[in-house]
Design a protein around this ligand. Sequence first.
Ligand code: PGA
Length: 253
Amino acid sequence: MSKRLIIANWKMNPTTLIEAKKIFIKSKLLSAKLKKTSIIVCPPSVYLSAFRIKKSQKFSLGAQDIFWKLSGAHTGEISPLMIANLGASFCIVGHSERRILGETDEVVSKKLRSLFKEKITTILCVGERERDVQGHYLETLSAQIRGSLRSVERKNASKLIIAYEPIWAIGKTADDAINPRKLHEMVIFVRKVLAQIFGAETAKKIRILYGGSVEGKNAHELISNGHVSGFLVGHASLDMREFSEIIKAVEKS
Ligand code: PGA
């Protein structure tokens, strides 16, 4: 069985390097005894160089976004090569908080292809803004997955992770997260779309995570009955008590 994954998405936090180092060290300590779970910390890129780490199965570094070019005249952007050279082996792409700023599926697919060229494992975020009784959100989700994976070759699927993150569940509390039964349905749906794109054999191997108000309180149920391979954790990844509860729940499941 492949390892369970917990991706810590710090977003635009914390505001000082001192604080960032504290969270980083504590998160690393939490990974020390894990057998079935890997933790990937994704800080703001400005902190990556302060966190150089040894390659390990249990604990890795990731970035929250990149630009699709490797270098050149692109003011303010960060390249896949730069994050790779700082030890990041993972990168989040297409987070809803970036899509809301205008990032399209086309841009997301360029970023994916660029990251795969640098052999960086990519966490592609997808998820509907809201649900309707007619089920149109499923079409929206399917179109988003297809658009984001356009021109992505099947051989790169081994470096692809999907994070299903319904936007209506992000940044709230455990009680507002999706329920495990509905999550299981969504995992089946996402895998079906992946099978249509890459074929069933490849789709079976792609890990699907859930993100959206995962906390200590709901982590066990979501992983046991939602049939996901792990979580993308936002606010709770900055709160070491919550984060350690989530890790325990995933490791035990
Ligand atoms: P949250 O964020 O855990 O704070 O809901 C998840 C995410 O946006 O990746």
